[in-house]
Design a protein around this ligand. Structure first.
Ligand code: PLP
Length: 426
């Protein structure tokens, strides 16, 4: 049966048989027992599937990955210890020293640093391109050694909405996959694979968990990108892996399984960024209510954004649900049911007034987080982006007076009253 995403949130992934626990069990075990070392050897050779060591696979994690896979409409998925690990693995699984990636410039600061500094040190070059670029500008960014295109459905914190179809078209015209970080939209509000994305990543730390309890990440493969059709570009998938007895992932595991199997067999084996089974149990609990929480986040955020934009002490608001927002039209196309609970805005009086405003909030907490049940706020210029000059801040789409507000699922009248009270104080 083809269930809707609400039913999948509650029921997909773990489906117990007669007499088994109704609730997803936490298999808190590093290892798994076998009757013979021959049986275990077949697992090591990737000849049989099964569990032997939790760094490589764990049943609790796999059930939760399966739920996310079904929600995104993918073919295979894996959980990781953080969103950062997911971003890194998604790119490093297909790019090595000497390769090049085209990335939207409007991405999460941690991802930007990973790409521009750390992966650059590993010999991988990135071209950062405005998400508002034209098709010609996008096509011009490719090189013969380009291996992927990367972007975020809704950029954190710039809140730009990506034209996924245009980016997918350009990627495919150059024979490479499009990787989309779908953290802010979640599969409830956008399923990037339906718009042409090949690989979807998540920081599950945000809405998927939804309660700010566990750091985690995930990668979902669409199973649609034909690695063999671009054999020379992706030797890691299309030629024998000597560290796995000459396995050719794209041949042995097909379109559906090659990307994730290689990512687990090589990168998880060597880097070991696993999600703990206990955290994935909590993640699964969060995902059971994702389809109920997201519409509430969006409705609350829409009301707050409208209220802010009409307030005399507010200088500007960025939220794609506001008619007149730069990304309103793209939002209507890709996020017809709402975008997310996060918006950014500035107050009259700039940076100093922003600090005063934040100090006087009572319900909204100042935290380095977004996208959980509680309303929270952050001033990047004074926290996460502290090391940057005003010029640098403006260049990466984070104005010095920008406050990132993550609207929670409390009663919206209380959120608005808190904001109004703090605005009075400036
Ligand atoms: C938070 C975030 C990340 C990084 O995830 P962690 O779980 O903190 O490692 C990546 N992408 C986006 C869009 C994020 O918001």
């Amino acid at each position: 049966m083809d269930f809707g995403n609400g039913t999948k949130c509650v029921q997909a992934g773990y489906t117990p048989k007669s007499g088994e626990p109704r609730i997803l069990p936490i298999i808190q075990s590093t290892t798994f027992k076998y009757e013979s070392s021959e049986a275990m050897g077949r697992l090591f050779d990737l000849e049989d599937s099964g569990y032997f060591y939790t760094r490589l696979a764990n049943p609790t994690n796999d059930f939760v990955a399966k739920k996310l896979c079904e929600l995104e409409g993918g073919s295979a998925a894996m959980l990781l210890s953080s969103g950062q690990a997911a971003s890194f693995f998604s790119v490093f699984n297909i790019a090595s020293a000497g390769d090049h990636i085209v990335s939207s410039a409007a991405i999460y600061g941690g991802t930007y640093n990973l790409f521009a500094v750390t992966m650059k040190r590993m010999g991988i070059d990135f071209t950062f391109i405005s998400p508002d670029c034209t098709e010609e500008e996008l096509n011009a960014a490719f090189r013969p050694n380009t291996k992927a295109v990367f972007g975020e459905t809704i950029a954190n914190p710039a809140l730009a909405v990506l034209d996924i179809e245009m980016f997918a078209k350009a990627a495919h015209a150059h024979g490479v996959p499009l990787i989309i970080d779908n953290t802010f939209a979640t599969p409830i509000n956008c399923r990037p694979i339906e718009w042409g994305a090949d690989i979807v990543t998540h920081s599950t730390t945000k809405y998927l968990d939804g309660h700010a309890s566990s750091v985690g990440g995930a990668i979902v493969d669409s199973g649609k990108f034909d690695w063999m059709a671009h054999k020379d570009k992706f030797p890691g998938l299309t030629t024998p892996d000597e560290s796995y007895h000459g396995t050719v992932y794209a041949e042995k595991f097909g379109l559906e399984g090659a990307f994730i199997t290689k990512c687990v067999a090589q990168l998880m084996r060597d880097f070991g960024s696993i999600q703990s089974p206990f955290n994935s149990f909590l993640l699964n609990m969060g995902m059971e209510t994702l389809h109920v929480r997201m519409p509430k986040h969006c409705a609350n955020a829409q009301a707050v954004a409208e209220h802010l934009s009409a307030h005399e002490k507010v200088a500007w608001v960025r939220y794609c649900g506001l008619p007149g927002d730069k990304y309103y039209e793209l939002g209507k196309k890709y996020l017809p049911n709402g975008s997310c609970g996060v918006m950014s805005f500035g107050v009259v009086g700039g940076r100093a007034a922003a600090e005063k405003f934040m100090k006087n909030l009572k319900l909204a907490a100042i935290v380095t987080h977004v996208a959980d049940a509680r309303t929270c706020i952050l001033h990047p210029a004074n926290s996460t982006h502290r090391q940057m000059s005003d010029e640098e801040l403006n260049a990466c789409g984070v104005a010095p007076d920008l406050m990132r507000l993550s609207v929670g699922i409390e009663d919206v009248k209380d959120i608005i009253a808190d904001i109004d009270n703090a605005l009075e104080c400036i």
